[in-house]
Design a protein. Structure first.
Lengths: 147, 145
């Protein structure tokens, strides 16, 4: 048997998250703002996507995390992304330095963050479904062989 | 090691006597073979050696440097380490689910996703084992996915 933790898998997950975050930011921002994107704006969104992907590497620092550790890593991940978003937003004048504007941005961020989490859960759910089917097939085959 | 072979009387049964200070892994494996339990694994329960078919094992778990084998109704102790078991066990049936557990694929009832990219396998005895994403590809490989 072998431990199949590969760098390729981690890179693939990071890329996946990066593309999902970028797509969701565009979708949510367009829904809320019907924004027209400047070159700097697009670069900002791509930067946030890249940070989201790279920061997800946090979850691979420690193998076999407990539920509490996973939760804490999620909180840390959420904070890293939140800070990155606000730095980019202020630099690109996406938000004004007033509460209403910040709250609006925070709301969009929460929406994107949980959107990505739910999407990832759905992907895993689909994967679990396929595995369950294979397990069922395997059990049926074993039962047939035993008979 | 000294080996002595004695001639037995015509009416006597063949007999092997092992004289040792400690029954180590090598000796227990030899005993296993002589007892005709080839393929069976030797574990300890209440200081006695017991032989169990690998098919009966639901999972192995390492707890504080001691490895336990769980069947549907019993828990046995083994002197082997998890990495040794990984080498001994058939890779088409057993896989590492996380750092401390090796699971028998045929004893998994169902699998469900957990947040954080991990999965939870429910075994035949109701026990739940967390499968790290890092190890999931081994399970998928076994199942031909």
């Amino acid at each position: 048997m072998r431990d199949s933790c590969s760098k390729n898998e981690i890179i693939s997950v990071m890329l996946n998250i990066c593309t999902r975050v970028i797509s969701l930011i565009f979708v949510v921002a367009t829904l809320f703002d019907s924004a027209s994107w400047s070159k700097e704006g697009i670069q900002g969104v791509i930067f946030i996507g890249v940070v989201s992907g790279l920061a997800f590497g946090l979850f691979y620092i420690k193998k076999n995390m407990t539920k509490m550790q996973t939760f804490l890593f999620y909180v840390l991940y959420f904070l890293i992304l939140n800070v990155t978003l606000f730095i980019v937003s202020i630099k690109l004048d996406w938000i004004q330095k007033e509460l209403a504007s910040c709250l609006r941005m925070e709301m969009m961020f929460v929406l994107v963050f949980f959107g990505v989490c739910v999407l990832m859960y759905l992907v895993d759910f689909n994967e679990a479904k396929k595995i369950n089917q294979k397990l069922k097939d395997r059990k049926n085959r074993l039962d047939t062989e035993q008979e | 090691m000294k080996i002595t072979i004695l001639e037995k009387a015509a009416d006597e049964e063949d007999e092997i006597i092992i004289k040792c200070g400690y029954l180590d892994e090598g000796l227990t494996k030899l005993i296993n073979q002589f007892k005709g339990g080839k393929g069976k694994m030797n574990f300890y329960k209440d200081s006695k050696i017991v032989f169990v078919e690998p098919d009966e094992i639901l999972y192995f778990e390492s707890v504080d440097d001691t490895v336990f084998a769980y069947t549907k109704d019993c828990v046995y102790e083994t002197k082997s380490k998890l990495y040794q078991l990984e080498e001994e066990l058939p890779s088409s049936t057993f896989f590492r689910a996380n750092k401390a557990v090796i699971v028998n694929v045929d004893k998994i009832n169902s699998l469900a996703p957990l947040f954080g990219g991990r999965f939870e396998a429910v075994l035949e005895n109701g026990y739940k084992v967390v499968i790290s994403r890092n190890y999931l590809s081994t399970l998928k490989e076994i199942l031909g996915l």
